[in-house]
Every structure is written in C-alpha cells, then in structure tokens.
Design a protein around this ligand. Structure first.
Ligand code: SF4
Ligand code: SF4
Length: 68
C-alpha cells in the first residue's frame, strides 16, 4: 500500500488528480475549505491505492507526494 499525502494549503481544487486516478479514490473534500478557499483533494480509500503516482504527476502545483 502506498502513502499519499497532500499539502492542503497549496491545492486549488482544479480536480485534475481526481480525473486521472485509475482507482477513482481521489476526490475533492466537500466538507472542508483550505486557506485559499478551495475544497482540497484527498484520498478516500488509502487501502485501494496502487501507488501509480498519476495524481502526483499531473498536479500542476506539486501538492501530492506518493511514497511506496
Ligand atoms: S497513486 Fe495512483 S491509485 Fe493512488 S491515489 Fe494517486 S492516482 Fe490514485
Ligand atoms: S491536481 Fe493538485 S491542485 Fe488540482 S485538485 Fe489535485 S491536488 Fe489540488
């Protein structure tokens, strides 16, 4: 299982990471706003992550780190 972390304060809620996750486990958090006023991305089911790092690669703001 991979560990995926987000630097919440840098996220602009663009949803690119949501669109590329092959396991469909990245989502924008509807209940939370970050300091910039956006709903930040998060992983909804860490146990399903395959560590492909597609999410981290596509993020234009280097918000996501994937560690295996
Ligand atoms: S590493 Fe791959 S499977 Fe895991 S959350 Fe990112 S895109 Fe999804
Ligand atoms: S691609 Fe980056 S900036 Fe866009 S929603 Fe995902 S984590 Fe946030």
């Amino acid at each position: 299982m991979a560990n995926v972390t987000f630097q919440d304060h840098l996220c602009k809620g663009c949803g690119l990471c949501v669109s590329v996750c092959p396991k469909k486990i990245v989502a924008l958090c509807a209940e939370r706003l970050n300091a910039k006023g956006y709903h930040p991305a998060q992983v909804t089911d860490r146990s399903a992550c395959i560590g492909c790092a597609f999410c981290a690669t596509i993020c234009p703001d280097c918000v996501i780190t994937v560690e295996k």
